[in-house]
Design a protein around this ligand. Sequence first.
Ligand code: ZN
Length: 74
Amino acid sequence: MSELHCTHCGEGGLEPGFIMDQGEHSKGFARWVEGALERGLLGGARLMGRPKWEIDAYRCRYCHHLELFASRPA
Ligand SMILES: [Zn+2]
């Protein structure tokens, strides 16, 4: 991922990071879930059997746009 560039302004040199999640039972980072959002009886997202991926969030230091990649199963 050495040739990443901002898809908003075109600059390079994106800063690596991630999306924090401090919700209850959270591991501290947000994940991308495969498939459209479906809600259960209590309104929460249905997650059983859904593949989940870690999210890499690269920040453009010029326009502050975020580039998101989900490249590793979580
Ligand atoms: Zn940018």
